[in-house]
Design a protein around this ligand. Structure first.
Ligand code: UD1
Length: 374
């Protein structure tokens, strides 16, 4: 029987692994779940396990925070003996966080098959740690399971043999569609005293936005301006909370609610009924596209361009004035009824099943070759 070892570590991994684990269970595969402990606060980890119905991790490496080198090295050191003990047929890594790269490297050196779920995304921005993680993980993974057609193109352009690439669609959307009703039943807007369609939802955590006091100050100014038009729910990531404190940027503003990081269901429950979302998250760019909610992404590039070309997303510079202008445009477009998003191919709730099928099909015989054509 084919055996899988799933690696998760940080918040965005959990909703990607859940549908694949569910699909593998229904096909009777043996599975082990390893949590690296990259994220460890209840609100960043356990609450997601509960919301998503994930099984308790079989192993927790407890690596915690640190510099990129420290964190990546600690994950590798912790993961190697686990892999030696478990010896799965496949290691499944998800997304683009440090846990993804670290465990892919360990598995590659042990010649254990690696499947990368959400392969092929590229922002072209090498200053993002995630871009390094994506490119290197794809280089060493045997099976590249892609969420959108542009990802296939990125990989073939890099000279990767198409035999390693398999388009399966977006696993994060599986989770969204699976839990959408449950999220709705929380009645989050009502619980927060908000009117559906009349408030904004905001998250910001990218180093490029929150690690510079000037940029963070500009963005907090933009939230203040937005708060004059409608109530704003600002769910604050621990990194952002720390920086706000460090830079002395705390401010009190009745219409901007500063919230702790929210659980998955709470977030989806709020996003679905928001007038607009302002974010720098990768996942929210996709979730807003599926939910048909306008999204402004405070970044100069995105590894998810399909959310712009087919979905509800638009990029905006991280300045108070650019965000203000974009918000006015989005709200006007929404009023005029010109807003008509589409859902990309393969974002249909079945991507996890296709990912497991692809793995099963490639489980006999020789490893897909890693050599690229270039
Ligand atoms: C990581 C991912 C990023 C992802 C994000 C989602 C990498 C390189 N980055 O960024 O791609 O979008 O997760 O959240 O893997 N902290 C806590 N509690 C926690 C976790 C973190 O307080 O449970 C604080 C720590 O001070 C830490 C800081 O947040 O230093 C940043 O955490 P880290 O995991 O290094 O990066 P993220 O910004 O969360």
């Amino acid at each position: 029987m084919t055996s899988l070892l799933h690696v998760v570590g940080a918040r965005p991994n959990f909703m990607k692994a859940a549908p694949v684990i569910r699909a593998a269970r229904s096909r009777g595969l043996a599975q082990v779940l390893v949590h690296t402990g990259q994220h460890y606060d209840h609100a960043m980890s356990e609450s997601f396990f509960a919301d998503l119905g994930l099984p308790v991790a079989d192993e927790n490496l407890g690596v915690g925070s640190g510099t990129h080198a420290e964190q990546t090295a600690r994950i590798m050191l912790g993961f190697e003996p686990v892999l030696d003990r478990r010896r799965p047929d496949w290691v499944l890594v998800y997304g683009d966080v440090n846990s993804t790269l670290a465990c892919a490297l360990v598995a590659a050196k042990k010649s254990i098959r690696i499947a990368h779920v959400e392969a092929g995304l590229r922002s072209g921005d090498w200053s993002m740690p995630e871009e390094v993680n994506r490119v290197v993980t794809d280089r060493v993974a045997n099976l590249l399971l892609t969420p959108s057609r542009d990802a296939d193109l990125n990989l073939t352009r890099e000279g990767i043999d198409p035999i390693r690439i398999c388009f399966v669609g977006n696993v994060m959307v599986d989770t969204l569609l699976f839990l959408r009703d449950q999220a709705r039943s929380l009645e989050m807007p009502k619980r927060l005293g908000l009117e559906a369609g009349q408030y904004a939802f905001v998250t910001l955590h990218r180093p490029s936005n929150v690690d510079s006091s000037e940029t963070l100050d500009e963005l907090l100014g933009a939230l203040e301006d937005l708060g004059r038009q409608m109530p704003v729910c600002f769910a604050i990531h621990p990194r952002t909370r720390q920086r706000i404190r460090e830079f002395g940027l705390e401010r009190s503003n009745g219409r901007v609610r500063w919230l702790e990081p929210l659980g998955y269901l709470e977030t989806i429950g709020l996003v679905e009924r928001a007038a607009l979302v302002l974010t720098d998250s990768g996942g929210l760019q996709e979730e807003t596209t599926v939910l048909g909610v306008p999204c402004l992404t405070a970044r100069s590039n995105t590894e998810r361009p399909i959310t712009v070309t087919e979905g509800t997303n638009r990029l905006v510079a991280s300045t108070r004035s650019a965000v203000g202008t974009a918000i006015a445009e989005v709200l006007a477009e929404r009023e005029s009824g010109r807003f008509s998003p589409r859902r990309p191919d393969g974002w249909d709730g079945r991507a996890g099943e296709r990912a497991v099928e692809a793995i099963i099909q490639r489980s006999g015989g020789a490893l897909p070759p890693i050599e690229s054509r270039s």
